[in-house]
Design a protein around this ligand. Structure first.
Ligand code: COA
Length: 370
C-alpha cells in the first residue's frame, strides 16, 4: 500500500480547540468558576458562605439528590468513620508494595484495591479511604507504622490523628477542614473531566476517580504547592525578601503562588485559606514571614505588570496550611486528592445520570493512502 504525505483537508466549519478551552462539555449543578468576578459557586453557595462548614456538610451538599441515600451531615460523618475502619483493614496486604512508589503512586495503588463490583456506597468508600491511605503512606515514608482510624472522629480530625498518631489541636483540625472544603470542587478541571470521561463509559466509580487522581498527579494540576515552600526556603530571611524577589523577576522567573489562568481578579480560595491560616493555633514564624513575602511580591508585581492583575493564588496558602498542620511536602497532592474526591465522586454520580458517552473527535492531519 502506498502512503502519500498529502495532508488531509479539514472539513469546512470544523473547529479545533487543542486544550478544549472555551468548549462546554457538560452541564453541572455542582460548581461554577467565574474567573472574571473572582467567584466560586458550589451548588448555589458562594465559597465565602461555606466558611465554618465541615467537610461532611459539603459532601451532603454535593451528593444531594445524586447519591441514592441522600444522607445529611451527621449520617455521612458516621458512615465515613465506619468506612475508614474498613479501608484500614483492606489496605494491610498491600502496604509492603508502597516502598518502591512515590506518595501519589502509593495512593493510586491503594485505591486500585477497591473493586468496582462491590455493592457498598462507592462515593462514601472512596472519600473515606483517601485519608486512611494518605496518612499511612506518609507514615511509611518516615518508617512509621500506620495508625488505626477512629470512627467517632470527623474526617479532618481523624486524618490528622492518623498522620501524627495523637490528637491535634482544634485550630489545626479546623484549618484542615477548611482546606478540604475549599478544594472540594472547581468546575470541569482536568482531573474532574478525566473522571467524568471514564464514568461516561460506565466503568464504575472507583475506576473513574482513580483516573481523576492520575490527572491530578501531573505538575500542571495537583503538584504545585511544593514550589511555594521551595521559594520561601530560598529567600531564607526577612532582609532577603525584596532583593530575592527583584532578582527573580529580573531573571524573568514567575513568583510561585501568584497569578491564575482563570481568575483575573482575586482567587476566592486564597481568601478562604488565608482565614484558615489566621485560625491556626500556633501560626508560627513561618506564616509571619510568608505574609511579608506576599505583601512584597504583590507590590512588585503590581509595579511591573500594571496591566495584568496578579494576585495571590490558592497554592500560596495551601502550602502554608498543609505545612503548618504537619503534612510532609511530598504528601500535598494526596491531601489535595482527599478534598477533591468530594467533587470527583459527585461529578461521577452526575455523569452516570447523564448517561451519555463522552466521545469527541480528532482531526486527522496525517498522510492518506492514494
Ligand atoms: N510571577 C511573575 N510574573 C507573572 C506571574 C508570576 N507568578 N504570573 C504571570 N506573570 C506574568 C507573565 O510573565 C506575563 O508577563 P509578560 O506578558 O510580560 O510575558 C504576564 O504576567 C501574563 O502571564 P500569562 O502566562 O499570560 O499568565 P497565565 O494566566 O497564562 O498564567 C499561571 C497563569 C498560574 C501559569 C502563572 O500566573 C504562573 O506561572 N504563576 C506561578 C506558578 C503558580 O503559582 N502556579 C499555581 C497556579 S494555581
Amino acid at each position: 500500500m502506498n502512503i502519500s504525505l498529502k495532508t488531509q483537508e479539514s472539513p469546512a466549519g470544523d473547529v479545533i480547540s487543542p486544550g478544549l478551552e472555551g468548549v462546554v462539555a457538560a452541564e453541572t449543578v455542582l460548581s461554577h468558576v467565574d474567573g472574571a468576578a473572582g467567584r466560586l459557586i458550589l451548588r448555589g453557595h458562594d465559597l465565602e458562605q461555606l466558611d465554618g462548614w465541615s467537610f461532611e456538610r459539603v459532601l451532603a451538599l454535593l451528593w444531594r439528590d445524586l447519591a441514592p441515600e441522600n444522607a445529611g451531615e451527621a449520617e455521612i460523618r458516621a458512615r465515613l468513620g465506619a468506612a475508614r475502619v474498613r479501608a484500614f483493614e483492606r489496605m494491610q496486604p498491600a502496604l509492603a508494595a508502597l516502598a518502591a512508589l512515590s506518595t501519589v503512586e502509593g495512593l493510586r495503588l491503594l485505591l486500585s484495591l477497591l473493586p468496582d463490583s462491590e455493592t457498598e456506597s462507592h462515593h462514601l468508600v472512596a472519600v473515606a479511604s483517601v485519608p486512611v491511605f494518605a496518612a499511612a503512606i506518609a507514615r511509611r515514608h518516615q518508617g512509621l507504622e500506620p495508625v488505626r482510624p477512629d470512627p467517632d472522629r470527623g474526617q479532618a480530625d481523624d486524618f490528622l490523628t492518623m498522620l501524627h498518631g495523637v490528637s491535634q489541636s482544634p485550630g489545626n483540625v479546623r484549618a484542615l477542614d477548611t482546606y478540604l472544603v475549599t478544594v472540594a470542587d472547581h468546575g470541569l478541571n482536568a482531573s474532574t473531566f478525566a473522571a467524568r470521561v471514564i464514568a461516561s463509559t460506565k466503568a464504575g466509580l472507583f475506576s473513574s476517580v482513580i483516573g481523576g487522581l492520575c490527572a491530578l498527579k501531573g505538575p500542571l494540576h495537583g503538584g504545585a504547592p511544593g514550589p511555594v515552600l521551595d521559594m520561601l526556603d530560598a529567600i531564607g530571611d526577612a532582609d532577603n525578601i525584596r532583593p530575592w524577589l527583584i532578582q527573580a523577576l529580573d531573571r524573568g522567573e514567575r513568583l510561585m503562588g501568584f497569578g491564575h489562568r482563570i481568575y483575573r481578579v482575586r482567587d476566592p480560595r486564597a481568601d478562604a485559606l488565608k482565614r484558615a491560616v489566621a485560625g491556626l493555633d500556633d501560626p508560627g514564624v513561618r506564616i509571619g514571614f510568608a505574609e511579608k513575602v506576599e505583601r512584597e511580591a504583590l507590590a512588585l508585581l503590581a509595579a511591573r505588570k500594571p496591566d495584568r492583575p496578579l494576585e495571590t493564588n490558592v497554592e500560596f496558602f495551601t502550602a502554608l496550611v498543609l505545612e503548618a498542620v504537619g503534612f510532609p511536602r511530598d504528601s500535598f497532592t494526596n491531601v489535595f486528592a482527599a478534598g477533591r474526591m468530594a467533587g470527583w465522586t459527585a461529578h461521577v454520580l452526575e455523569q452516570e445520570r447523564a448517561a451519555r458517552l463522552i466521545r469527541p473527535q480528532s482531526r486527522y492531519v496525517g498522510p492518506v493512502p492514494d
